[in-house]
Design a protein around this ligand. Sequence first.
Ligand code: GLU
Length: 303
Amino acid sequence: LDTQAVLDQIRDEVRPLLSRGRVADYIPALEAVPADRFGIAVATVEGATWASGDAREPFSIQSVSKLFTLTLALRDVGERLWRRVGREPSGNPFNSLVQLEYEHGIPRNPFINAGAHVVVDALMAHRPDPLAVLIEFVRALAGNPAIAYDERVAASERDTGFRNRALANFLKAEGNLRHAVDAVLDVYFHQCAIAMSCADLARAALFLANGGRAADGARVVSAGRAKRINALMQTCGTYDAAGDIAFRIGIPAKSGVGGGIVGVVPGRLAICAWSPGLDRAGNSLAGVRALELFTARTGLSVF
Ligand code: GLU
């Protein structure tokens, strides 16, 4: 299999889609990203990497970051985390308030916003400086010490984060946040504002394909925990489209409104595609198509 040729062909094939998605416009910093960008990168458990298109251009990873905070919180808190956050797909928008109310402040899963707030709160109980821990963790996973928070994006998130503030206040009222709402949200807004490239993200997610071991061989989580994080990605990782994504792509995936989508083929590889134009569910239009083409062309899938 000529992986480079597959990636180059996918890059050419998705080009007509680049003008058809809608770039996230809830903050100016995201709206300004050119819609014609497309990158794709693969990192294998054997240590090989491939990339095509704008695969080295950093973008706002947004909700893909929920993967990293969840991993850190599970390491610190362990299975007790599941007393405070569920493991079922929500079937509702990622920032829905309604479900949280009738389920008494226990978010459906760690990948919707309220779930991510609880994960941050759990992390804060064990880490005096969660932002430093998080960025160091991501840098080490990706093997790139230059990865950083985009403070401009973080500030915009904060200035427009009324719905996140509502969710966090509701969690607090229900007794499912221990720390101050603003302190939790500061971490959350920063995690969304991490800037990484496709190449960085493919390498950073490799531990999920590699039985819990990072690209450099270091143990990140146990094999069992990697399996569980993958299961959550498969069922809850792509907003309300997880069923359709499983059907079309057939591997666990986590997306963000910055247009990034990370996929994992257990035992084989991690892949990241990026294109800022989103579909109606909030997933990258060309990114989803790229992963769909990749699993179809290579025959790699969990099904
Ligand atoms: N940062 C945004 C929010 O929390 C979007 C995160 C995402 O879904 O990618 O509302």
